[in-house]
Structure formats: C-alpha cells, structure tokens
Design a protein around this ligand. Structure first.
Ligand code: ADE
Length: 226
C-alpha cells in the first residue's frame, strides 16, 4: 500500500513510521508512507498556504490553491483510491473503518491546521473525513499517524502469527481478554490456573468468556452494535 500525507509540519510524521511494526512493513515493501510539505505548493515565495477567513474571526484557513495543486499533482502520479481529510468533525474512526481502508492500494491524507481547510476543497476533492475522537488536536498529523498505524498493521503480511490482528480488541466487537506472562506467581498474585493447564479448548473458552465479561464491564455499548 502507498500512503501519501500532505502537511505543514511533515517532521511530525517521521518517527511514527520508523519503528517496530510500521518499520518492518516498510522494509518488507508492504507499506510505503511519504509525507509532503504543503509549502512546496505555496502561492508565493514566502511559502504562503493560509489566509484570513472571510466574514472575520480569529484563526487562519488553509487556502484552496496550494491544497488543490498538491492533490492534483500527487493524484496524477499515484491515482488515489481515497483522499482523506483528518478533522474533528469527521466520521469517528473505528476498527471497521481500519479494515476497510486496509484493502485499498493508495491513500492520500490531508492534515489540517489553524481553523482548518477551505470548504471548497472538502466539497470537491475529499472522499472521506475522519476524526480520531471528540477532542481537538493542534493539527491532523497525529490523527493521520493513528489512522495509518491502525490501517498499516492490517495489511496482509505485515503482522506475523505472534502479532496477529485476529484476536485484537474490537476485531469482533469484543475487547481482548486479560493476558499474563512469567512468573506464574508474583507477590502472591497467581495466573488463572486454566492458562497453565495446557488444555487449548478450555483456554479458548476461558478467553472468550473473559472477553465478554470485560466488554460488558468496560464497553457495554460495543455489544449493542451489529
Ligand atoms: N485534527 C484536529 N483534531 C482532530 C481529531 N480529533 N481527529 C482528526 N483530526 C483532527
């Protein structure tokens, strides 16, 4: 999968994809993430990409021209399946959407700053708007990093058996069950005996039961979704 990200602070996007699973995905040639500085498409030699909002009010708005030129140039080169704008008023991100996006070949993410981007870009170029939660970040970069990480790890071949996404929380609308490692007793606190029994059927039953209990306890809303 090819992912391109347009940002006014592309430095923020360097570290998230340079370590651990995302790094291995890149090394295996399964995920390529490229961040582009919007100033490359600025309207003047001073790097102007934003301007005051019509109607007055505090805060700058990211202008149409740099964004549209960037989107059109990159799209002509890469042919994006989706052009996604990260914004607090977008669709709330969830595992189902991560699954959907992981099946695409080529995605472009636009990171907003200041008061956001000119509405005309949203109306004519954006195919999907995503929020990572009901709070406001300083810009879309950290949100883009969250979405790309959640999507990238689902690309076939990125995870191995040990890190498999099959048993992740949310994959079947259930939270993941508790996990334990050695020692089997620490300060008198014991690991549930079933996990030491070697009986795989019983262990699976226990995990399913615990996943359900945990979901009922912490996120009953997930059990009501279809
Ligand atoms: N940009 C600023 N806040 C955001 C959020 N919560 N989700 C996505 N993009 C954002």
């Amino acid at each position: 999968m090819n992912i391109h990200i347009i940002s006014v602070v592309p430095e923020l996007l360097e570290s998230p994809f340079s370590h651990s699973i995302m790094k291995r995905a890149a090394e295996k040639g399964l995920l390529q993430v490229t961040a582009h500085h919007l100033r490359k498409w600025a309207v003047n030699e001073y790097g102007m990409v934003d301007d005051y909002q019509f109607g007055g009010g505090a805060g700058m708005v990211m202008m149409c021209e740099p964004l549209v030129r960037a989107i059109e140039e990159l799209n002509a080169e890469h042919g994006f399946d989706e052009v996604i704008y990260l914004t607090p008023d977008g669709e709330k991100f969830h595992q189902g959407l991560a699954n959907t996006l992981s099946m695409k070949q080529s995605l472009l993410f636009i990171c907003g700053h200041y008061k956001g981007i000119d509405q005309r870009v949203r109306d004519h170029f954006i195919t999907r708007e995503i929020s990572i939660g009901d709070y406001v970040l300083s810009g879309g970069e950290l949100a883009a990093a969250v979405v790309v990480d959640a999507v990238g790890r689902l690309i076939p071949g990125v995870l191995n058996d040990e890190t498999s996404a099959l048993f992740d929380s949310f994959q079947d609308n259930l939270l993941a069950p508790p996990v334990y490692t050695r020692p089997d007793e620490f300060r008198g606190w014991k690991v549930p005996p079933v996990l030491l029994s070697g009986d795989h059927k019983k262990i699976e039953e226990w995990r399913n039961e615990q996943a359900l209990i945990r979901t009922q306890d912490k996120r009953p809303d997930l059990l009501k979704e279809d």
